[in-house]
Design a protein around this ligand. Structure first.
Ligand SMILES: NC(=O)c1ccc[n+]([C@@H]2O[C@H](COP(=O)([O-])OP(=O)(O)OC[C@H]3O[C@@H](n4cnc5c(N)ncnc54)[C@H](O)[C@@H]3O)[C@@H](O)[C@H]2O)c1
Length: 347
């Protein structure tokens, strides 16, 4: 099969992870990158042996470009995604899909209109422990689930927020510890548990200066399935702790920390459960991004891009579809509305 031509819009920190993921795939190759900052695309092109463009129109006309990944500041995702879709390119958009439900919907609509595939980027869904928990929920192994909790107690320095004018702004970052850092866990929670009906939240900016957004938030959730849950998010928890998710029900409990399982116990215990516990009790191979955004691996991106190509080949919807990637943005924006108004918000 011919290798699919990938190009990246926005050549900053995360674009290097996109490039590594693409470079490790058998059926893909990186053909181009675009960034308007003078010299950045040229340097990226030299480093990755692809074409570098500083004009979007030229990038989108690249004859080998078939799939565009969007790695710009979050509040610019919609602009790049719609331009790519209108040029009939398939689109993969970094998290969050964009910073409001309305902008996410505009991306979904543009991709439908142009008959191109769309995926959000949630690499954590491809980690083995995430897939094990999702499978156990789908098989009903937890029984009636009572609690589903996420903790994203991370640490970001003031220098991190100062490193880009877009960071920590409502317009471009869309939020703070929930919309930027916590969204991976929020996505996993809603993927495991299904629809959230109501949200209430408190938030504050506790430990950082010159940012508009929250660096600390506590959220409670009411799931349609009857369970309740919480999201605890912060970027003020020195030295930073692994993202933790707990699912607890009448017949079982699973607790994951990043890519490891710290609890896996079911009333209907099998031999396989023992093997799973042994295999995944210490399986996190990266720093999890808890204090350094670059301390993550590129394999989650690679698996997500590979699944996207499979969907393209089979004519099916990508696993992290646009609609599915919008859900976390809806939940987080509802939390912001609740924190501002002092009232619970229905979804
Ligand atoms: N999946 C993950 O684990 C993960 C991790 C980090 C960041 N991200 C997401 O990736 C996105 C980028 O984050 P980053 O840390 O790489 O930011 P960054 O500031 O390092 O890079 C952003 C790049 O976009 C470029 N840019 C700005 N405006 C542009 C435009 N109009 N068109 C094209 N390029 C433009 C900038 O010049 C810069 O090179 C964010 O949405 C962020 O949430 C995802």
């Amino acid at each position: 099969m011919a290798k699919k031509g990938f190009g990246i819009i926005g050549l900053g920190m995360i674009s290097e992870f996109h490039a590594s993921a693409i470079e490790h795939m058998d059926n893909a190759r990186l053909v181009a990158g675009f960034d308007p900052v003078p010299g950045r695309a040229e340097a990226f092109g030299k480093k990755h042996n692809c074409r570098g463009y500083d004009k979007l129109e030229d990038f989108l006309k690249d004859p080998e470009l078939e799939i565009v990944t969007i790695a710009t500041p979050s509040g610019l995702h919609m602009d790049g995604a719609i331009a790519a879709a209108n040029a009939k390119k398939h689109v993969i958009v970094e998290k969050p899909l964009d910073v409001t439900p309305e902008k996410c919907q505009a991306i979904v609509d543009a991709c439908k209109r142009n008959n191109v595939l769309l995926s959000g980027v949630f690499p954590s869904r491809y980690h083995e422990v995430s897939k094990l928990i999702k499978d156990a929920v789908d098989k009903g192994r937890f029984g009636k689930i009572a609690f589903a909790d996420a903790q994203i107690k991370w640490y970001r320095t003031q220098e991190y927020y100062d490193s880009g004018a877009w960071r920590g702004t409502w317009k471009m970052d869309g939020g703070g510890c929930l919309m930027n850092q916590g969204i991976h866990a929020v996505d996993l929670l809603q993927w495991f548990m299904g629809p959230v009906e109501e949200v209430s939240a408190y938030m504050n900016t506790v430990g950082h200066e010159r940012i508009e957004v929250e660096d600390t938030a506590a959220v409670t959730l009411k799931f349609a399935c009857g369970a309740v849950g919480t999201i605890e998010g912060t970027t003020c928890a020195y030295p930073g702790f692994m993202k933790r998710i707990e699912i607890m029900g009448m017949n079982g409990t699973a607790v994951m920390e990043e890519e490891s399982l710290v609890k896996w116990e079911f009333a209907d215990e099998t031999e396989e459960d023992r093997i799973i516990r042994e295999k995944y009790c210490d399986s996190t191979k990266t720093g999890g991004g808890v204090a350094d955004p670059k301390a993550i691996g590129f394999h989650g991106h690679q698996w997500l891009f590979e699944a996207f190509l499979k969907a393209l080949e089979n004519g099916t919807e990508p696993e992290v579809s646009g609609e599915s990637a919008s859900k976390s943005v809806q939940i987080i924006c509802a939390a912001y509305e609740s924190a501002r108004s002092g009232h619970p918000v229905k979804l």
